[in-house]
Design a protein around this ligand. Structure first.
Ligand code: HEM
Length: 405
């Protein structure tokens, strides 16, 4: 937060947006029409930053906090183990402890390890697709959810049969992002169940270390780089960071691609670059709708005078359609020249450490399904959450064979 200077505007002077309006929920990029010079509007939850450059500045601003404290308090956890495990996890920590954790995770997710995960992920997807082919229709979100949760089981050295339990915990825990006290009990139960599970895994890995992420964290503890509580909090954090997020993005990507049949068919036939198509779908329909930052002290952010406690939301879907950055921002163009990096993995010191893994998961789901089910068609309307915080498909059942061409 920079010191306050003369030219700053006060939040009350900014245009206001109703984040619960149908227009904002269905077309969050419509805030560009308001065209405030600062690229910021106010809402009843704080300030909404909607330009690409503004989001970059927001995410990389070292004076702003990540805001897990605020999210957990809003969900009814002002303190206690649920609160502590989250605010003291890699996602929310700063300084030396954050760096030690980032380094530890980066030494596990090396480029070689990430490359070695591709065949593992492909096997998971192929096996789920084969199972789905026993029926004529497939619930794509169920399949999407099973990919990252099975991969998480693999990463911690647990059996694939743990995936439904892990998926359920992740889904509940991530509800803190909705900042709604109504989710308190579900989050608390999921945390209690997951803590017990993580404690068992840690004891097992202490007895018999393997080539898994928990053994890797325990080795870093042995070297004095991190502490025991870091191992516990960050095994939980890894589940929260990797599972529901990836399921959401896989769903959004598949939903968008089935609406662009030519691209779906092109991927299936090997004529369209799956990596580019996936990234363009992330641009147009990012699962991470908004990324939070919080001002802990009064000062200036993006030319606005902010008070301590102000929440600033980086509106990723709006930034991804910033007309100053993307030509024809609403067009699905799988061959964009020099595409700008998407922002839904953040940017700066907390940039997502699992981005390459998430991208492989998306690519494998899309390429396996597009080649096995080129004529796949949605049954009924595709439904989504319709909330101003996360854009997630809630209903995407497809007929596997689709109509004859
Ligand atoms: C499409 C799926 C995913 C999305 C949208 C996503 C998004 C994000 C975002 C927005 C952040 C915070 C960035 C910030 O505050 O600036 C983050 C952090 C993180 N993500 Fe992901 N993520 C995904 C998948 C994964 C996967 C698969 C893993 C691990 C295998 C992972 C591990 C992490 C970790 C460890 C952090 C904390 C980094 C830090 O704070 O230093 N994520 N992710």
């Amino acid at each position: 937060v920079s010191p306050v200077t003369e030219e700053l505007v006060r939040p009350e002077e900014l245009p206001e947006v109703d984040i619960n309006s149908a227009k904002f929920i269905s077309e969050p990029w419509s805030v560009h029409e308001i065209a405030d010079a600062r690229g910021v509007v106010r809402s009843d939850r704080g300030l909404e930053v909607y330009t690409y450059k503004g989001c970059q500045q927001l995410f990389t601003n070292k004076a702003l906090a990540i805001g897990f404290d605020e999210m957990y308090r809003a969900t009814g956890f002002p303190d206690g183990p649920v609160f502590t495990s989250a605010v003291e996890s890699i996602n929310n920590l700063e300084g030396e402890r954050h760096l030690a954790l980032r380094k530890t995770f980066a030494q596990f997710f090396t480029p070689d390890r990430v490359a070695s995960l591709r065949p593992v992920i492909r096997n998971i997807v192929e096996s789920l697709a084969r199972d789905a082919e026993q029926a004529t229709t497939c619930d794509v979100m169920a399949l999407a959810g099973r990919v990252p949760s099975t991969l998480f089981a693999h990463l911690v050295g647990a059996p694939a049969s743990d995936a439904p339990f892990l998926q359920h915990c992740s889904e509940e825990l991530l509800k803190v992002f909705l900042m709604d006290a109504g989710n308190h009990d579900g989050v608390e139960r999921a945390y209690a169940d997951l803590s017990e599970y993580v404690a068992d895994i840690i004891s097992e890995r202490e007895r018999a270390p393997g080539d898994d992420v928990v053994s890797h964290l325990l080795a870093a503890e042995g070297e004095g780089v991190i502490g025991r509580e870091d191992v516990i909090y960050n095994t939980t954090a890894l589940l929260r960071a990797s599972t529901d997020t990836t399921m959401t993005q896989i769903g959004n990507t598949v939903a968008l691609l089935v609406e662009h049949r030519d691209i779906w068919l092109g991927i299936g036939a090997g004529q369209v670059d799956v990596g580019r198509a996936v990234m363009e779908s992330v641009r147009l329909r990012p699962g991470a709708w908004r990324i939070l930052r919080v001002a802990r002290e009064p000062g200036a952010v993006l030319g606005i005078e902010v008070s301590a406690g102000t929440c600033l939301f980086g509106l990723v879907p709006a930034a991804h359609r910033d007309p100053d950055v993307f030509t024809e921002p609403h067009r699905f163009d799988a061959e964009r020249e020099a595409p700008k990096p998407t922002l839904n993995w953040g940017q700066g010191r907390h940039f997502c450490l699992g981005r390459p893994v998430a991208v492989i998961e998306m690519e494998e789901v899309v390429s396996v399904l597009a080649s096995r089910w080129p004529r796949m068609e949605p049954v009924g309307a595709i439904q989504s959450t319709g909330r101003p915080d996360v854009d997630r498909i809630t209903e995407l059942t497809v007929e596997i064979a689709g109509p004859e061409a």
